[in-house]
Design a protein around this ligand. Structure first.
Ligand SMILES: NC(=O)c1ccc[n+]([C@@H]2O[C@H](COP(=O)([O-])OP(=O)(O)OC[C@H]3O[C@@H](n4cnc5c(N)ncnc54)[C@H](OP(=O)(O)O)[C@@H]3O)[C@@H](O)[C@H]2O)c1
Length: 356
């Protein structure tokens, strides 16, 4: 249906850019123009910058209606405006993925108030804070990078599955951003700095994952590893969704590594010298670099293109980018495909997000 009424927690980009909305503003403003695209409706998390912002542009350009979930929808709207994205096709919702209560409000109130079907869900938002000395904690008391990158998204997926099942779109999908550093089948996943991704026996999750426990494995806090572990959870989640639900629902579940987006704001918490050297290194030495625009386009392809309608695949374009390189299904590490680890991660994640 066409959403003509404002939804609580939503801002319209054109309206907000000329207003004085603060980041804490929750009152919706009227939508500008027709809000229903013809290609389908996709909800994507984290579109203020980087891959998510550029995927938003690619999807709108392809005729999709896009619902964005950001902790600051005013900033999200300004970012979309900066790329001249057609605001008539975009709804910006205030959902803090690191806060389970915010995810619940988003799914139970904000998304339904749009009155749109949900055809595709994209899990993109993430934080990477490799220099933290001490863990940060989510409102529910979970280590913040795991809470944001995995747990909030895990809850979002579980709560939106019913909407995806109801969709009449011919190709319903859940697309999850993985990464190379959490897949030890690839060179980038073998680098032991600070340590490879490893959930161990998930004793940290099993023990409730509350302070002082900050790692899924229950071992001592390593911020860079916390990011890798959370992305490993993202890729395991994709595989488990496929295994448990693809046949019964027909929904296509896939993850991807779009290449090394070495100059994205994801690296904003790394040392300044790293932020200069890393993109140069990826462009000139490894050849792994992809631009934010190309990574966004690849994410949009996995959402929309028929070539990506295979479930259970981790898509990659390789570690070394080639001109006109084609996507392929990248094999995942044992840690990402071990049945007992996957079962334990799924069960404990359900408990941690309050769904067990
Ligand atoms: N960069 C790479 O080389 C690379 C490679 C492989 C995979 N990836 C993956 O690609 C995805 C996007 O990364 P990126 O490089 O585009 O980084 P980015 O530019 O930093 O984008 C991250 C997005 O997540 C949002 N976000 C963070 N915390 C949030 C929260 N609590 N609630 C809602 N949104 C939140 C950010 O919004 P704020 O502005 O509010 O922080 C931002 O919009 C991530 O999943 C990352 O793991 C990146």
């Amino acid at each position: 249906m066409t959403a003509q009424q404002p939804a609580a927690g939503e801002v319209s980009p054109r309206e907000q850019s000329s207003s004085e909305l603060s980041a804490s503003e929750t009152t919706a403003l009227p939508l500008a123009g027709s809000a229903r695209g013809t290609a389908g409706t996709v909800l994507i998390t984290g579109t203020t910058s980087g891959v998510g912002l550029h995927a938003l542009k690619s999807l709108v350009d392809r005729g999709w209606t896009v619902v964005t979930a950001n902790r600051d929808p005013v900033r999200a709207a300004a970012a979309a405006d900066s790329l001249a994205i057609d605001s008539a096709r975009v709804h910006h919702l205030r959902i803090d993925i690191g806060d389970l209560d915010s995810v619940r409000v988003g799914v139970e109130t904000l998304v339904p108030s749009l009155g749109l079907p949900l055809d595709v869900l994209v899990i993109n938002a993430a934080i990477y804070q490799p220099r933290l000395k001490q863990p940060q904690w989510s409102p529910q008391g979970y280590e913040l990078s795991m809470a944001t990158n995995h747990l909030g998204h895990f809850l979002l997926i579980q709560l939106l599955l019913q909407d995806l099942k109801r969709s009449s779109h011919p190709s319903r999908r859940v697309v999850i951003m993985g990464t190379v550093t959490a897949n030890s089948k690839e060179l980038g996943g073998k680098i032991p700095i600070p340590a490879p991704a490893d959930l161990g026996d998930l004793s940290g999750f099993k023990a409730g994952f509350k302070a002082p426990i900050a790692m899924a494995s229950g071992k001592s806090f390593k911020p860079g590893k916390a990011y890798k572990d959370s992305k490993l959870c993202n890729m395991i989640t994709t595989q488990e969704l496929h295994r448990r639900l693809h046949t019964s629902t027909g929904i296509v579940f896939s993850s991807l590594y779009p290449g090394c987006v070495a100059d994205s704001p994801l690296f904003r918490h790394t040392p300044p010298a790293f932020q200069t050297i890393f993109p140069w290194f990826q462009k000139n030495i490894t050849g792994g670099y992809v631009s934010q625009a190309l990574a966004g386009e690849r994410l949009a392809q996995v959402v929309a293109d028929p070539a990506f309608s295979v479930s259970g695949v981790h898509w990659s374009w390789g570690n070394r980018q080639k001109k006109d390189g084609k996507q392929f299904g990248q094999e995942l590490s044992d840690k990402a495909s071990h049945p007992a680890t996957a079962e334990a991660m799924w069960t404990t994640s359900l408990q941690l997000v309050g769904l067990a």
